[in-house]
Design a protein around this ligand. Structure first.
Ligand code: PEP
Ligand code: MN
Length: 338
């Protein structure tokens, strides 16, 4: 249940409402937005008296929230969340956040070279996997801690924040010390233990949509993180599994619109893993921005033909520069900047 306060309500009125809600057995989350202040009930709201609450002074409206996600729900937090991922770098504001870099960290030259190139083209952050969730145990599994150190070198060379995937709670202390944004991959979207653990930190979390997850399941995974106290969740649409095999996955851009309606969390789009084909990345990146995405995640490799992972979907730094030019034009059409 959420209680919407009237414009000009007093602090004392709000305290009375909060007290009445707490007496009904819930915790109260206060969201002070630009236009409205909302008191959201966390927990079992069946003991709340909607009629009584709606008659209290200062109350505009009382609504039942039927969705199972609360903290991620826009009804609890009408304004868009803007998440800080580095000094002066935000996801969710007017400016789009483009995160770019190779699928996996391979070498110092690669990381520093790609970081400089994508930064020059306007990327807000650098990506690179050090712990890789590969379908085959015989495929390259990532460079592990050495990869994290190389990401740090790329950050040192450019100043842009670094984003990388966490696969196990064992790696969490290293990630807390070394990285700016923790990525939870599609395969771990419903690893609830991992979600709870990152929920107990205050690091920004990039939560990818599961391979076959519905929008509601995806938002419930965000809720797992937020319910532990971490509000810094960025959603990432990366394509879902359908009957189509021409593309690696099917990019569900309608999910961007759904999530922007249902939730206040920012959503970025990863056309690289969605399509699996480098030549499609630019077109789908433009479409994502037109659809209202708050940013992009793009795989960029200095030598895609020889990449240790996901070369077929990786674009070169030169192609990335071209993509950014086109994305900039589309962004201007929809009132955004890059
Ligand atoms: C990745 O970003 O490198 C990755 C493995 O993505 P996903 O979890 O979306 O497959
Ligand atoms: Mn990849």
């Amino acid at each position: 249940m959420v209680v919407v306060m009237k414009p000009g309500f007093t602090q004392a009125q709000m305290e009375t409402v909060k007290g009445a809600m707490e007496a009904g057995g819930v915790k109260v989350m206060v969201s002070k937005g630009a236009q409205t202040t909302i008191l959201g009930a966390e927990g079992d709201a069946s003991g709340l008296d909607q009629e009584h609450l709606s008659q209290l002074p200062g109350v505009e409206q009382v609504m039942r929230v039927s969705e199972p996600y609360k903290k991620a729900n826009r009804k609890f937090h009408p304004d868009d969340s803007v998440i800080e991922i580095g000094r002066g770098v935000q996801v969710g504001g007017k400016k789009l956040a483009v995160i770019a870099g190779p699928c996996s960290v391979e070498s110092r030259e690669q990381m520093v070279g790609v970081a400089r190139a994508v930064q020059a083209a306007g990327a807000a952050a650098m990506r690179g996997g050090a712990y890789k969730p590969r379908t085959s145990p015989y495929s390259f599994q990532g460079k592990g801690e050495e990869g994290i150190r190389l990401l740090q070198e790329a950050r040192q060379a450019t100043g842009i924040p670094i984003v990388t995937e966490l696969m196990s709670p064992d790696q969490l202390p290293l990630f807390l010390e070394a990285v700016d944004v923790i990525q939870i991959g599609a395969r771990n979207m419903q690893n609830f233990d991992l979600l709870k653990k990152v929920g107990r930190t205050n690091k920004p979390i990039l939560l990818k949509r599961g391979l076959s997850a519905t929008v509601e399941e995806w938002l419930m995974s965000a809720e797992y993180i937020m319910s532990e106290g971490n509000p810094n969740v960025i959603l990432c649409e990366r394509g879902i599994r359908t009957f189509e095999t021409y593309t690696r996955n099917t990019l569900d851009l309608s999910a961007v619109l759904a999530v922007k309606l249902l939730s206040h969390l920012p959503v970025v789009v990863d056309p690289s893993h969605a399509c699996g084909r480098a030549w499609m990345v630019e077109g789908m990146a433009m479409a994502a921005v037109a659809a209202g995405a708050d940013g992009l995640l793009i795989e960029v490799h200095n030598d895609p033909a020889n990449a240790l992972c996901d070369g077929a979907q990786s674009i070169t730094p030169e192609q990335f520069e071209g993509l950014m030019g086109k994305v900039r034009s589309v962004a201007a059409c929809v009132g955004r900047e890059v």
